[in-house]
Design a binder for this molecule. Structure first.
Ligand SMILES: Cc1cc2nc3c(=O)[nH]c(=O)nc-3n(C[C@H](O)[C@H](O)[C@H](O)COP(=O)(O)OP(=O)(O)OC[C@H]3O[C@@H](n4cnc5c(N)ncnc54)[C@H](O)[C@@H]3O)c2cc1C
Length: 202
């Protein structure tokens, strides 16, 4: 099971209260800055000490190590962030990976049978139980693992699974300070399978 990680985001608890990290930076279980655990916008742009304008890294500074970014931020105790405007083929950060994973999970649930066979249930259970072990964002995996101990997966059928996933997703939303999604089946179907009734997605 992944170890706890350290971050200074307001929504994720720092494992070591004395850790001096720039805002948004997340440390991995190995004690090093964890790139897949950190939103890319926190990696990309820092306020350079002594300047008042935002500095967008050049192509070489884009490749700056997390340590460099951290050092800059330690100096000013300030990090300026921008939306992630990296090229599409860049590796995913925690947000891109999250969106893709939720898309996969909610869509899979929307197409899961209402009356799954024992084999289908077993396979779904395996998929969900693999996440806390294999999910690359270690602190996300760790939270999910804790969460699944108190709320075991409901693989009984499409409705139960969709609701269970929606609630797990809402727990992350809440931790990140986002609003809760309506876990009613109509909202879930419209979002992940049928689309809105106005036909705008047809
Ligand atoms: C298992 C897991 C754990 C994660 N843990 C963390 C974490 O600890 N820290 C962290 O920073 N990030 C975490 N993430 C990533 C995070 O959940 C988001 O994916 C990421 O912040 C991008 O958010 P977003 O606002 O673009 O939309 P997302 O939260 O990715 O949602 C995508 C779309 O799903 C729909 N949606 C939203 N909520 C629900 C819901 N409850 N049910 C159904 N549909 C919904 C909305 O239409 C939304 O636009 C985790 C992701 C996963 C898959």
């Amino acid at each position: 099971m992944p170890d706890a990680t350290t971050t200074t985001t307001s929504t994720q608890t720092a494992a070591h209260s004395d850790a001096k990290l720039p805002p948004g930076m997340v440390m991995g279980p190995d004690g090093k800055p964890c790139k897949i655990c950190t939103a890319a916008r926190f990696w990309k742009t820092t306020k350079v000490p002594g300047t008042t304008t935002q500095s967008k890294p050049s192509s070489s500074s884009t490749k700056a190590t997390a340590a460099t970014m951290a050092a800059l931020a330690y100096g000013t105790n300030e990090t300026v962030t921008t939306p992630d405007v990296r090229p599409e083929n860049c590796p995913p950060d925690v947000e891109k990976l999250g969106r893709a994973t939720w898309t996969f999970l909610h869509t899979t649930a929307a197409y899961y049978p209402e009356r799954p066979t024992p084999n289908q249930r077993a396979n779904m259970l395996m998929l969900l139980r693999s996440l806390p072990i294999l999910y690359p964002c270690s602190h996300c995996a760790s939270h999910l693992d804790e969460n699944m101990k108190t709320s075991p997966p409901d693989v009984s059928g499409r409705l139960g699974l969709s609701r269970w996933l929606c609630e797990r997703h809402n727990e992350v939303n809440e931790r990140l300070g986002k609003g809760k999604f309506d876990c009613g089946i109509k909202s879930l179907d419209e979002r992940w399978k049928d689309g809105p009734s106005d036909g705008s997605c047809d």
